[in-house]
Design a protein around this ligand. Structure first.
Ligand code: PEP
Ligand code: MN
Length: 478
């Protein structure tokens, strides 16, 4: 069959669910047999069981009346930008906490992460010569998939912590009971975060502020590069271009566009925030207003499962995490399901295979997707496949994280495909000691306990994040 001039081979034999596969009979935006509730009849993993279902329904009803957090026009703009990234004309920087928390929420931390993300994007943009698209793991990244349902603690075996939107991390049986009220708190915190991020993106930062932040966090070995970046920013400022620019690139530096994203794990929350609106081509369609971009996690991406069913119906760009077991046929069927029209800004495949396995597994996926003419943004999450334990504490050595980034670029060079983005668990806070290594103020094993704050997985700190931007930027250099 042919769509948009691209030959797609029939995948009937690989397609487990025929009802998901009828794009040729549909208009481009109509989603057959879909509503924000069709996921409810599919098998679902990683969900809490609320003791009081009436209380949950009341909360869902409340949420569904709340204002949207993001708007269809913004979502469409992000899709257009992602389409450029899929063609190698932009690079995506996605980053933020593993899990946002109610207790640790504060303006200083949010602002520092925003500022480090912008500083990273300046380094990346300078080194790659490309615009950098900034997407936070923020304003909704509250629900966590877990490996086990129960956890052994000092007070015995109790249900696991599933993220602040569901239960409390405190070590008691009562604290782990899921509370519907938390959905509303997560919504409010997300609204407050987005309000601040939107304001930060609107307030003109002087070039000098970026220069001093980048300077402070740049490793010694990149002293020569930072001088060039400083020169470039000074030049822009001296020309008056930072305050009176009109071109898209300069506009973006003055008022960086910043998008939000999180894992679409807790589907009651996502469904309650899904709203109908007109698409650019004049069809009515569904937009999830909880974030600009949503992704499906490695543990919940079953083709027949509830999460894929929910995500196939919304207009937002969708990320798919792919671990070492992902195989080409499965990935192509996933693309059929989530992006039947092969729209270039719709799908981001986020590779998280671990530095040791990537070279073994990724090339086959790159080849299959390229051969079938599918448009995707290939991104790498070098965090989740490279976690180790040191003295019982989860950490990620900078060298291993970089090892997966390296393998990712190597695989793309080998297959002639486009490395389009990087996905990091990070914080702008400079004194956090969760990941080992880093050139500026190195985190040693002894220092891990100094300031380990993450509720879930270890994050790169401010300086480690900037160093990673240099490393990625070097690899993007033509
Ligand atoms: C995450 O991004 O926090 C996460 C749990 O990732 P994955 O689904 O890739 O394990
Ligand atoms: Mn994580």
């Amino acid at each position: 069959r042919t769509r948009k001039g691209i030959q797609l081979r029939s995948r009937r034999s690989l397609t487990p669910c025929a009802t998901l596969q009828s794009p040729q009979q549909s208009t481009p935006t109509a989603k057959p047999n879909w509503s924000p509730n069709t996921w409810r009849s599919r098998p679902i993993l990683q969900q809490p069981v609320y003791p009081d279902s009436q209380a949950l329904h009341n909360t869902e009803a409340r949420l569904s009346q709340n204002p949207p957090l993001v708007f269809p026009g913004e979502i469409r703009r992000l899709r257009a930008a992602l389409a450029r990234a899929s063609a190698g004309k932009a690079f995506v920087l996605q980053g933020g906490d593993c899990a946002e928390s109610f207790d640790h929420f504060n303006a200083a931390s949010l602002e520092s992460t925003f500022r480090v993300l912008i500083a990273q994007s300046i380094v990346l943009s300078y080194l790659s010569g490309q615009p950098v698209l900034k997407i936070g793991r923020v304003a909704g990244q509250f629900a966590k998939p877990r490996s086990n349902d129960m956890e052994d603690t000092a007070v015995g075996s109790i249900p696991v912590y599933r993220g602040d939107i569901i239960n409390s991390a405190a070590e008691s049986k009562d604290a782990r009971v899921p509370e519907p009220e938390r959905l509303l708190r997560a919504y409010s915190q997300s609204a407050a975060s987005l309000n601040m991020l939107r304001a930060l993106a609107k307030s003109t930062q002087s070039m000098m502020e970026w220069v001093s932040l980048i300077n402070r966090l740049t490793p010694e070995k990149y002293a020569a590069l930072v001088t060039h970046i400083e020169d470039a920013l000074n030049f822009v400022a001296a020309c008056g271009l930072d305050t009176s620019a009109s071109t898209e690139g300069l506009q973006n530096m003055r008022e960086p566009e910043f998008y939000s994203s999180h894992e679409a794990l807790l589907l009651t929350y996502e469904a309650a925030l899904t709203r109908q609106s007109m698409t650019s081509s004049g069809h009515m369609s569904w937009y999830c207003s909880s974030a600009h971009m949503l992704w499906v996690g490695e543990r919940t991406r079953q083709l027949e499962g509830a999460h894929v069913e929910f995500l196939r119906g919304i207009e937002n760009p969708i990320g798919v995490k792919l671990g070492p077991t992902a195989d080409p046929a499965e990935v192509l069927t996933m693309l059929d399901t989530l992006n039947p029209d092969n729209d270039p800004g719709k799908i981001m495949l986020i590779i998280r295979m671990g530095q040791d396995k990537l070279m073994d597994r990724l090339p086959a996926l790159l080849r299959a997707v390229k051969q079938e003419g599918r448009h995707v943004v290939w991104s790498v999450d070098p965090m989740h496949g490279n976690t180790i334990k040191v003295n019982g504490v989860k950490t990620r050595p900078f060298g291993r994280v970089l090892g997966e980034v390296d393998a990712f670029f190597q695989a793309h060079a080998q297959e002639g495909t486009v490395p389009g983005g990087v996905h990091l668990e990070m914080t702008g806070e400079e004194n956090v000691t969760e990941c080992l290594g880093g050139d500026v103020n190195e985190v040693t094993e002894e220092r891990l306990s100094e300031n380990y704050k993450s509720m879930c997985d270890p994050r790169l700190n401010g300086a480690q994040s900037i160093e990673m931007a240099y490393e990625v930027g070097q690899r993007l250099r033509k």
